[in-house]
Design a protein around this ligand. Structure first.
Ligand SMILES: NC(=O)c1ccc[n+]([C@@H]2O[C@H](COP(=O)([O-])OP(=O)(O)OC[C@H]3O[C@@H](n4cnc5c(N)ncnc54)[C@H](OP(=O)(O)O)[C@@H]3O)[C@@H](O)[C@H]2O)c1
Length: 237
């Protein structure tokens, strides 16, 4: 592997992606973060090591994604942490459109980025998708995101074979305390985090750095491909 690699973290302006960008930048790689909000990108850059760059992109737009990779040029490692904000709620009240919306914002967003990146990725490159525990384990109220996560799992394992020698993996986080839950009231968020921590074998919820460490490990380990790695404190059990 090249010593200094070109890494794109799509979704790197917040949460898991931000921690992942920091891990690669601190290891000496050349890192770009991408996301929709210029304000979030600018705020993230202030917390990251010098040399990290930021690019705007909307992963729901073919044109925006094509422009992003056109600007970036050659790339070694693509990390896909877009897709938070999935529709939550029970199937009977949520409706099928919520599944379609979550497939678009999570599965299709990551698939679009991966597909458009292909001509820019080197032969020893990697793609890392972000799924989640909902999918591996049925969780009431999380059907829509479960469907998206299972789709991403199928995509990642199929691409590991089809795109070899490119390595393709999927990380499946459990509950991670990130800005993804900023829309909840403080009370509801604290209660959710505490109830989840109490139910997990590890006795705590995840931090963004827990997931970033796993992403860093699969990208750097040349013998890992087609893996689905649960980083969920035992939530899948
Ligand atoms: N946190 C958890 O408990 C948890 C659990 C399981 C799985 N995951 C998965 O882990 C990934 C990261 O989650 P997180 O908790 O770190 O979320 P987060 O803090 O909300 O970060 C999401 C990032 O994705 C970007 N993004 C979202 N939609 C985008 C779009 N259409 N185009 C470009 N960028 C977009 C956001 O920036 P902009 O909003 O500015 O675009 C932000 O940088 C997601 O795939 C999520 O489903 C999270």
């Amino acid at each position: 592997m090249d010593r200094k690699r070109r890494v794109l973290v799509a979704g790197g302006s917040s949460g898991i992606g931000l921690a992942t960008a920091r891990a690669f930048a601190e290891a000496g790689d050349s890192v770009t973060i991408a996301g929709r909000s210029p304000d979030k990108l600018a705020a993230a850059l202030k917390t990251l090591p010098d040399g990290v760059t930021a690019e705007p992109v909307d992963a729901l737009s073919d044109a925006s994604v094509a422009e992003l990779f056109g600007r970036l040029g050659p790339l070694h490692d693509l990390v896909l942490t877009v897709g938070a904000g999935a529709a939550m709620g029970r199937f009977e009240t949520l409706g099928v459109s919520a599944i379609a919306q979550t497939l678009e914002t999570k599965l299709m967003a990551q698939a679009r980025l991966a597909h458009t990146a292909l001509e820019h990725l080197s032969d020893d490159g990697t793609i890392t998708f972000l799924g989640g525990v909902a999918g591996r384990r049925p969780l009431p109220g999380m059907t829509a995101v479960g469907v998206a996560n299972l789709g991403l799992q199928a995509l990642a394992s199929a691409l590991a074979k089809e795109l070899a020698p490119l390595r393709v993996n999927l990380i499946a986080p459990g509950l991670v305390d990130t800005p993804a839950y900023a829309g909840m009231s403080t009370e509801a968020r604290t209660a959710m985090l505490q109830a989840t921590a109490d139910a997990l074998p590890v006795g705590r919820v995840g931090q963004a750095e827990d997931i970033a460490a796993a992403i860093f490990a699969v990208v750097r380990n040349g013998y890992i491909t087609g893996a689905e790695i649960e980083v969920d404190g035992g939530a899948h059990l």
